[in-house]
Every structure is written in structure tokens, then in C-alpha cells.
Ligand binder design. Structure first.
Ligand code: G6Q
Length: 540
């Protein structure tokens, strides 16, 4: 997208130059109502984007860029089931997962909404039976613990949401997540569990992912060692997958499989059957609340004007900093401990979707794409890395996420938490001038430059509904950026390569075969072989 091809891009480049010496503090000085004027709200979700390096002209130019790139056409194409995942020739219909019953979403002439609700019904039936104790394990005992086995998109969403919504899970089983092929993960998860009361939910769209299948096989062995009855697998293992054949080959009865479809990308799959473990934790009623929240944001994204559209604005602001201010990273800072895993979830959503350097047209992208997404909950981050945000040499736009009403009654805590949130965005934007007194060398140290931009996103309470809204908000932010950058946000060829290379090396570790990698990789493999052989000699 060279500037000669794109009038809006060129306009933004010139405008960025014009704003070089603009300060956020000055913008607030000349616009007394900037805070409320640059705040938009949809269904309780508030976005205050006033503490950004922008004027109304910036927003206008960014909106023109979205128009020039035909973002509205892209949005409509995604919602209506066109094959916008061009490299895999697939539709992208995670929005259909939260479409109310009775809505029609056609894919090749077939309405997918009844299929979605059919699976949701089966999930609800199953989770009710498990939660009520009606579903019995092989020894006749009810299920007390659910272990979700999956990785990447088949783990991060349900793990993040189950942690976030734990207060809604008081009458459900203990739900745990195992992702890593590192045996410590599974060993630590199982160490205090009783096979007779444990249910495994194996989540894998392809059902070929080596980490997940390795963990699932080990878990199956652990179960059968504890419950000496091969038929126990049917009572203690269910699968979530798009691949019935592989599920059956593994030994899970397809009757115990919950289906999803190739038009649901892994990192967009929390609202599909991949959310089964979450539903087991919070119940199907609360799960449906989450779907409703996401649907509310879907409707907003599809119908609101670009300039009043929360995900579009978030996406455009990201483009503004990434492409015109050269921001390499973007911090997501939830001021809520329950959202501790949200940054990791958004990291995958954003970086796996838009971390691309080849466009939808198969050519190198002429502009930078996704920034590095990272973050930790506040206030912890303040005592760790905020120093760099305030006084470092890296320019890091931030999203602060706050929840207005807490779900605990410990006096004083929430005021302190929210005061810290508001104070950080204030301090980043406005800084602190050099102190008038004190030793000159310390005065500079105590100066905070300010002019560091942030968004503040507020929700009334952390509920399944508002979490669904937040997830959809960021999903559509990512879509907005990917569409404008011209990349396919729905493939992940880099992930595929990592899977293939590891498979090749694993077969070499237990042999003496001559190695044909580079000298570093050969050396590392030999070092590992030596340790492995020494352990074998020692009888470990
Ligand atoms: C997500 C990615 C990736 C995927 C995992 C697990 O969008 O494709 O994170 O979810 O590699 O894949 P399976 O669900 O097929 O096991």
C-alpha cells in the first residue's frame, strides 16, 4: 500500500508529520470536553480514546482509510459466509456461533445456525448431567474434576474464560487445563486427582496435534492404571473436534464427540464446542450469556458507522501507531486479576492472525503488520515494567481495561485498584514536569515526558456477557486491521511449520543417527542425547 496508491495513507503520513510536536496535554487544553467527546459506548462497554495522539482530523483520515480499503465490504463478506480465508479456501463464521436460534447464516446454501444450536443443545445436556452428578464414571462415582487437554486455540480461550468467570462456577466441577507437552504440566495437574472422578475433555480441531494427542494418550494410560476397565474410556473421555475419523481412531466414541466446523478458526473457537470445559464450569445458562454478549458486539460491528464503531476505532488506532508512529508493541493491561490470562489470549488472537508479511494477494505486504501484544494485570505491572512505559525509550500504546463494579466486598480494594488505573493513563498522557528544586542531575531523573497514548475500556461488571463482548471487541479489532493491511487473518502457516520440524527432530533424539542440521542444532541434539543416555545407564 504505497502512498502513491493510497490517498488516505498519504494523507495520514502528512498528518502524522504535522502532529510531530503535538502534545496530548495541549489537546486537552484546547478541547475542554475532549474526554467525554472522545468516548463512545455500546451496550455498557465504554471506550475512552481521548488520551491518544490524535485530533478529529486524524479520526477522519483513519475512517477514510477504512473506506478506501472497503472495510465495510470485508465485514459483510465475513458475516455472510464468503470465503475470506482465501489461502485455506474457507468461510470465517465464528459470528454464527453466537447467532440466536432462528437467525439464518447460509454457507453454500446451507443454514449453519441450526447445526450450531444442535451442538449447543448437546453440550448443555452433557454439562447438566456432569454438573448434577448424573453422569457417572466407570466405578459409579460422579465427576469432580474436568481436565481440558488442548493447546493454542483449543486451550487459551476456555482457560482464560474459566479463570475470569470462576465466581460463576461455584456449583460446577473443578476445571483444569493442560496444554504443554512438557510432562510437568500433566503430572502436576493429575497428581492429586482420582481417576474414578476425573473427566478428560480432549479438544483438538484437527485431532492430529502431537502435544494434545501425547497428553491425551498419557491421560488415558493414567485412567486405565487407576480404573482397571477398558470401557472406562467411554465414561471419562469426551472429544471436541472437527475430525470424527481421528477421534474414533483414538478410541473415543463419536457419540461422545462435540463437533465444530472448518469455518471456525482455532483462536476464534471459544464460543464453539471448544468452550465445553467452560460450560462444564459455569453451566449452559451462563455460557449462553457469553454468546449473547459476543452477539451484541457482532451486531454493533456489523451495523454501527465506522466512526462510532468500537472495534473499528480500536483497530484504526492500532494502525495509526503501528504504521505512522512506528510502535513495535502494544500493551494490554487489565486492571482485574480475573483477567490475568486475557493478555496471553489476545496475544494469540492478534499475533497469530496478523503476524504476516505476505498479503492476501500473495505478495509481500508493503507496510508493517501486527505489533507485539503483551501485558499483565494491573496493579502488578506497575511494580514491574511500567517504568519502561513511563521513562523508557520505547513507544508503547496501551489499552487499560477496567471493571466498574467488583464481585467481592473487601473494603477499600476496588477504589484503590481503579484509582491506580485512572492514575496510570493520566500520568502516561500528561507526564510530570521537571521539579523546580533539587539537585539538577536528579531533576531530569524525576521528569516524566508524558505524551504516551492509551485507550481506556470499561465494562460495568465482569460477567459472561461482558466477557463475550470484550472477546468479540478484540476479534473484530483484529479483523479490521488484517483487512486494512491486506493480510489473511485466518490462516497460520508459521504454526504448521513448527509442528513439522519438531516431528522430524523427535525421531532423532533416541537414535545415534548422523545429524544433518546446522552445527548449532546438531550440537544441541547431541548434548541432549548424552543426558538421555546417562539417565538410561543410571536406570532412571
Ligand atoms: C489457532 C491455531 C493453533 C491451534 C493449535 C491447536 O488458531 O491454529 O493455535 O489452535 O495448534 O490445534 P488443534 O485444535 O487442531 O489441536
Amino acid at each position: 500500500m504505497s502512498s502513491t496508491l493510497s490517498p488516505a495513507w498519504a494523507g495520514l503520513q502528512t498528518h502524522r508529520h504535522d502532529l510531530t510536536y503535538t502534545r496530548i496535554g495541549d489537546l486537552f487544553g484546547t478541547e475542554p470536553n475532549r474526554g467525554p467527546e472522545l468516548t463512545i459506548e455500546h451496550d455498557g462497554v465504554v471506550l475512552d480514546y481521548s488520551k491518544n495522539l490524535l485530533t478529529s482530523h486524524t479520526v477522519e483520515l483513519l475512517a477514510q482509510l477504512a473506506e478506501e480499503r472497503q472495510l465495510s465490504v470485508g465485514i459483510e463478506a465475513m458475516f455472510s459466509g464468503e470465503r475470506v480465508n482465501v489461502t485455506e479456501d474457507r468461510a470465517v463464521l465464528h459470528t454464527a456461533l453466537r447467532a440466536p436460534a432462528g437467525t439464518v447464516v447460509e454457507l453454500d446454501g446451507h443454514d449453519v445456525v441450526p447445526d450450531v444450536h444442535d451442538v449447543l443443545g448437546r453440550m448443555a445436556d452433557f454439562s447438566t448431567r456432569v454438573r448434577s452428578g448424573q453422569w457417572r464414571g466407570a466405578t459409579g462415582e460422579s465427576i469432580r474434576t474436568v481436565v481440558n487437554i488442548g493447546i493454542g486455540g483449543s486451550d487459551l480461550g476456555p482457560a482464560m474464560a474459566t479463570l475470569a468467570l470462576r465466581q460463576f462456577a461455584s456449583d460446577g466441577p473443578d476445571v483444569r487445563f493442560v496444554a504443554n507437552v512438557d510432562g510437568h504440566d500433566l503430572a502436576r495437574t493429575l497428581h492429586d486427582l482420582d481417576p474414578a472422578t476425573t473427566l478428560f475433555v480432549v479438544c483438538s480441531k484437527t485431532f492430529t496435534t502431537v502435544e494434545t494427542l501425547t497428553n491425551a494418550r498419557t491421560a488415558r494410560g493414567w485412567l486405565l492404571a487407576g480404573v482397571d476397565d477398558h470401557a472406562a474410556v467411554a465414561k471419562h473421555f469426551v472429544a471436541v473436534s472437527a475430525n470424527t475419523g481421528e477421534v474414533a481412531d483414538f478410541g473415543i466414541d463419536p457419540a461422545n464427540m462435540f463437533e465444530f466446523w472448518d469455518w471456525v478458526g482455532g483462536r476464534y473457537s471459544l464460543h464453539s464446542a471448544i468452550g465445553l470445559s467452560l460450560m462444564l464450569a459455569i453451566g449452559s445458562g451462563q455460557f449462553h450469556e457469553m454468546l449473547s454478549g459476543a452477539h451484541s458486539m457482532d451486531r454493533h460491528f456489523r451495523t454501527a458507522p465506522l466512526r462510532q464503531n468500537l472495534p473499528v476505532l480500536l483497530g484504526l488506532l492500532g494502525i495509526w501507531y503501528r504504521n505512522f508512529w512506528d510502535a513495535q508493541t502494544h500493551a494490554v493491561l487489565p486492571y482485574d486479576q480475573r483477567l490475568a490470562r486475557l493478555p496471553a489470549y489476545l496475544q494469540q488472537l492478534d499475533m497469530e492472525s496478523n503476524g504476516k508479511s505476505v498479503g492476501r494477494d500473495g505478495r509481500a505486504t508493503p507496510v508493517d503488520t501486527a505489533a507485539v501484544i503483551w501485558g499483565e494485570p494491573g496493579t502488578n505491572g506497575q511494580h514491574a515494567f511500567f517504568q519502561l512505559l513511563y521513562q523508557g525509550t520505547v513507544f508503547v500504546p496501551c489499552d487499560f481495561i477496567g471493571v466498574l463494579e467488583p464481585d467481592h466486598d473487601l473494603p477499600g480494594h476496588h477504589d484503590l485498584l481503579m484509582a491506580n488505573l485512572f492514575a496510570q493513563s493520566e500520568a502516561l498522557a500528561f507526564g510530570k514536569p521537571e521539579p523546580a528544586a533539587g539537585p539538577s542531575e536528579l531533576r531530569a531523573q524525576r521528569t516524566f515526558p508524558g505524551n504516551r497514548p492509551s485507550n481506556t475500556i470499561l465494562v460495568p461488571r465482569l460477567t459472561p456477557y461482558s466477557l463475550g463482548q470484550l472477546i468479540a471487541l478484540y476479534e473484530h479489532k483484529v479483523f479490521t486491521q488484517g483487512w486494512i493491511w491486506g493480510v489473511n487473518s485466518f490462516d497460520q502457516w508459521g504454526v504448521e511449520l513448527g509442528k513439522v520440524l519438531a516431528t522430524r527432530i523427535v525421531s532423532e533424539l533416541a537414535t545415534e543417527d548422523v545429524l544433518a542440521h546446522d552445527s548449532s542444532t546438531n550440537h544441541l541434539i547431541r548434548r541432549y542425547r548424552q543426558t538421555r543416555q546417562a539417565a538410561a545407564r543410571a536406570g532412571k
